[in-house]
Write a protein of this length. Sequence first.
Length: 118
Amino acid sequence: MPLTFPRLLAAAALLLSTTLAAAQTTLPVPLSLQKTYAQGTRAQNGQPGPKYWQNTADYDINVSFDPKTRLVAGTVTISYVNNSPDSLQHLWFKLYPNLYQKGAPAPAPLSPRTFTTE
C-alpha cells in the first residue's frame, strides 16, 4: 500500500493530536487545597473564596522608659474582632515577661550578651 500525501497528512495529524493531548495533563491538586475549594474558603485561582474570613486585632501600646533606672513600663489595649463563623470561647496570649533576664523562658536560644543582670 503506497503512502500517499493524504495518508501521510492523516498520520501526522493523528501523531500531533496525541502529542497535544499528552501535553494537556493536569497537575495533581493536594487534598488540603481540594478541601478549601469545596469549603468555599479559597478559589482555584488562588484568590479568597466567598466563605473566606480573617480575624483582626488592633493594638494600642503605651510604653515608658526611665534611662536612669532602666525600667520599662507599659500598657496595651487589644481590640479583637472575630469574623469566623465559630464562637471563640477563649483567646490565648503568649507573653514573654522579662525575656532578656537570666533564667527567663525564651522561645529560642539567646546569646549571653543579650541578657541583663538586673
